[in-house]
Design a protein around this ligand. Structure first.
Ligand code: ADP
Length: 280
């Protein structure tokens, strides 16, 4: 089935399927019109003098709440730097990053850490689950670390949603890679974050598991109103997104809306042959 067909009929996020979660998208739900994430003139460079590298050369980007965006680009185009800056893991040299309308690039480290725990969800290529904790404890970990009330019922419902309702008391080591990534997705959703950043979430998975995870990311957007930003090099993964944004040489190099994998692959080929991004 095409990822397009998995979308809710209206194309808009449906009401929450998780009981007790009336505003699943967090403070910047789709109805508010406030973007989940906004980058304004974000610049980030490394090194000095002759060895200086511009990783991001002034990126302006609005990521509306309740949407699924894929970020692609050739190696060295600035994807990781983009993700780090947008997620408050790194500070731009210039420009602003706004999370649900709040400027985060100038926050102190303590506030930024708290904000990352409560308002941003992360899904990593290598799952990053704690092996000594059960699946349920892993899902609840962001709330525990943030000193929030741990919503066990919600965690159970999210695990059921990702098809792991029967696995709550297992340890990550007893699960397949695809199952571990589904736990990581439930963990990312537990705090109802403003945005979930997924960094090559299917990079370590077989094709079937990858499709399951991508379908669940899509479901998180369509059914739970989540906002997902996914860095990927895989055109099939990108085709699950509403919008694919391309980076080249640290700047935006065009975008596609609801593309099929072939179109994404063609654009990537063009960009790789012309790293300056002239293909936009
Ligand atoms: P991508 O994720 O698309 O491969 P990156 O954001 O990792 O791109 O890198 C963008 C550019 O910045 C590259 O030229 C890379 O070599 C450089 N770069 C990234 N991180 C560092 C760093 N810590 N020190 C020096 N250069 C870096």
């Amino acid at each position: 089935m095409s990822p397009r067909l998995r979308r809710s009929a209206s194309g808009r996020p449906a009401p929450s399927a998780v009981p007790g979660s009336p505003r699943p998208a967090g403070p910047a739900g789709p109805a508010t019109g406030v973007p989940a994430v906004e980058l304004r003139g974000v610049r980030r460079g490394y090194g000095q003098g002759a060895g200086a590298v511009t990783a991001l050369g002034g990126v302006d980007l609005v990521l509306p709440a309740g949407t699924f965006t894929a970020v692609m680009g050739p190696s060295g185009s600035g994807k990781s730097t983009f993700l780090q800056c947008a997620a408050g893991l790194d500070r731009p040299d210039a420009g602003q990053v706004l999370l649900a309308g709040q400027e985060i690039s100038s926050l102190g480290e303590d506030r930024l850490t708290k904000l990352r725990r409560t308002r941003i969800g992360f899904v990593f290529q290598s799952f990053n689950l704690l092996p000594s904790l059960t699946v349920l404890q892993n899902v609840l970990l962001p709330q525990r670390l943030a000193g929030q009330r741990q919503e066990r019922a919600r965690a159970g419902e999210l695990l059921a949603r990702v098809g792991l309702g029967e696995h709550a008391s297992r340890r990550p080591g007893q699960l397949s890679g695809g199952q571990q990534q589904r736990v990581a997705l439930a963990r990312a959703l537990i705090t109802r974050p403003d945005v979930i950043f997924a960094d090559e979430p299917t990079g370590a998975l077989d094709t079937r598991s990858a499709h399951e995870v991508l379908g669940l990311l899509r479901d998180a957007v369509d059914a739970l109103g989540a906002t997902v930003v996914m860095v990927t090099h895989d055109p099939v993964a990108a085709s699950f997104a509403d919008r694919v944004v391309f980076l080249a040489g640290g700047t935006l190099a065009g975008e596609l809306h609801h593309p099929d994998p072939r179109t994404v692959a063609d654009r990537m080929l063009t960009l790789s042959a012309s790293p300056s991004g002239a293909a936009a």
